[in-house]
Write a protein that binds this ligand. Sequence first.
Ligand code: MSP
Length: 513
Amino acid sequence: MNKNFYITTPIYYPSGKPHMGHAYSSIVADIFARFKRIEGFNVLFLTGTDEHGQKIQKEAEKNKKEPKIFCDEISETFRSLTKILNLTNNDFIRTTEPRHFKSVNEIWKRLVNSGDIYLDKYSGWYSVSDEAYYDEDEIEEKDGIKTSKISGSAVEWVEEESYFFKLSAWQKKLLNYFEKNKEFILPQSRRNEVIRFVEKGLKDLSISRTSFSWGIPVPENKKHVIYVWLDALTNYLSALNFPDTNDKKYKSFWPADVHIIGKDILRFHAVYWPAFLLAAKLPLPKRVFGHGWILSDEKKMSKSLGNILDPIEIIQNYGIDQLRYYLIKEVSLGNDGSISMENLKNCINNDLANNYGNLCQRVFSFIKKNCNNKVPKTNNFKETDTKLINNIKDNIPKLIDLINKQNLNEYIKTVVNFSFEANKYFNDSEPWLLKQKNPERMNTILNTIVEQIKNISILLNPIIPIATRKVLNTINISDKDISIETIRKENIIDNNKELKNLDILFKKIENDN
Ligand code: MSP
């Protein structure tokens, strides 16, 4: 079995400071990366910044800076965000790096060699903010301004010499590919969207610009810079040392297992990218997963509405595990989801503080008080105990499957349920009444509940890595044993070692906070 796993986030435009939408894509990808690692995979998790194009050039001009210097500064804020979000990316790619130039040049050459590129003139609508071309029927007028119906961004009329990619020639092959690979695009609703778009007919795509210079020059005609999306998409290969297809990284990790993206950039990843790859005679990624939008109090975040949620501020006030948990628990991954400070607080209090956090604290302090701070040994499991323990073990294949389908919501729901059940078991078994009456039974209950805490913590580890690590370290599970395999094993908890101290895991948030 191939034990390598390659997952990517979109590479972000360093045009302004990172916001919650960026944080969301990255956190989602990180959770999958972390899960696959604890499942035993050798994971490559890539993120980075998308630095060329007209949008960035304009933004740099506005700030009176050279584009490269401007990018250096803002890219750094995205790089530091990876630390703040506690991401486990192995690499951070910038499209201004030499390794990326090499890779884009090779892709261009391959498209020329396959006969898929020709020179002509582009005239049509272009949105600088989306770096996208739009057809006439995708444009509407709003307050006297021509805008894209799809994104709502302003468009401008562009007429210039341009190289074209023969996208039209790939329509049938793409549809065939979608038909044969039913899970290439997920969720299904997005897949249907893409299929409808391709069925409508594909026009050849302009893949170079001449009206500005901030980009990778077309190798045979330096007047042109390569269209920023052809440039940007190639980052997924550049990080694997493409064009060296004999390189170990390329061999181990291409094709990518999943590109995590927002629904706004589905067309680029699910239509243009596979067509470029087919033309370049390279294998296609196994999956493109398009998540929905994060809305703030039911509305799209925008500067003018003043409802932009700053991830860094929220993390400073509430903690990164808390934000990660909330985004995954409360937002349905495939759909748009509204978030609010009110819900965030409730979620921290109910799920994290009262449920998982409280369970751990109660059990550990009980053991400290009544069992010399050591998890008691036992061999006298009753059916209620083994049923509880086996319920998690038996569900591992299902949980792995949910992750492999990016069904994060069902995954977390299942795990949270285990935590509710464990709490209920502890309450119903009333070990505090058994110390004198039946210490043997008390020991079994404690042993069982610690086993559950261990397993739930491992399953929650990809989502709330800091808190779960603390809990697992408290019961003397070392970092290298934080794995799915550890759930399957018997007797992993050392009954001779004392529990370590555990500080409050999740502070409850007061409502006027
Ligand atoms: N640079 C391109 C991507 C190139 S990938 C080869 C780009 N960058 S971006 O900075 O504008 O946004 C990247 C991603 O941020 C979006 O695709 C989406 O994943 C995420 N989000 C931005 N705003 C968002 C929300 N409000 N909600 C959820 N995610 C959104 O597009």
